[in-house]
Design a binder for this molecule. Structure first.
Ligand code: AR6
Length: 167
């Protein structure tokens, strides 16, 4: 049974086996949470990501975590959907990000994984809808990951995730 926790903070400070980043298809780094993770991990992360690119929206690929503090051993790069109004399969693509990230975590043998609110920043996915999809997708994915931490960067995002968890 996977335990889902909602926390407020900076994902780069998480003590987990694997951190998920909200990447773009190049896996070379960018702004937002991806920028923060790349800064914390160092330049090796972009080199390793670039070697695996491109990554399609909805898919996920893993690299080492480089200079991120232990116990973080892996970064799982997933690419969310760019929000275009909701009629272009954005919900399914977002659910796939969570599902594929957990599948990759299983392949890595990770037992704890931290996720940011994928696609809710630059990519413009409505945060309430994203929170419901995140929780539903994690619950629907069979996984050996024991602890999932949903890391909200602000209180509004945290409250939306807590509501989704109750629902
Ligand atoms: N810890 C946790 N959450 C964070 C942090 C952090 N340090 N920093 C930002 N967030 P975004 P996207 C939250 O824009 O929408 C990048 O350039 C933020 O408040 O990072 O999937 C990539 O390379 C928001 O709720 O990701 C892509 O090009 C959430 O993380 C593009 O942005 C996601 O916002 C991906 O856009």
């Amino acid at each position: 049974m996977t335990d889902i926790e909602v926390v407020l903070g900076d994902i780069t400070a998480e003590d987990v086996d694997a951190i998920v980043t909200a990447a773009n298809e190049s896996l070379l780094g960018g702004g937002g949470v991806d920028g923060a993770i790349h800064r914390a991990a160092g330049p090796g992360l972009a080199r390793a990501g670039g070697a695996l690119a491109p990554c399609d929206p909805g898919d996920a690929k893993a690299t080492p975590a480089f200079a991120l503090d232990p116990p973080v051993r892996h970064v799982i790069h997933t690419v969310g959907p760019v929000w275009e109004g909701g009629t272009y399969g954005e919900d399914d693509t977002l659910a796939s990000c969570y599902r594929r990230s957990l599948e990759v975590a299983d392949e890595l043998g990770a037992s704890s994984v931290a996720f940011p609110a994928i696609a809710t920043g630059v990519y413009g996915f409505p945060p309430e809808r994203a929170a419901r999809i995140a929780v539903a997708a994690i619950r629907a994915t069979p996984t050996r990951v024991q602890r999932v931490r949903l890391v909200a960067f602000d209180e509004d995002a945290r409250d939306l995730l807590l509501d989704a968890l109750k629902g």
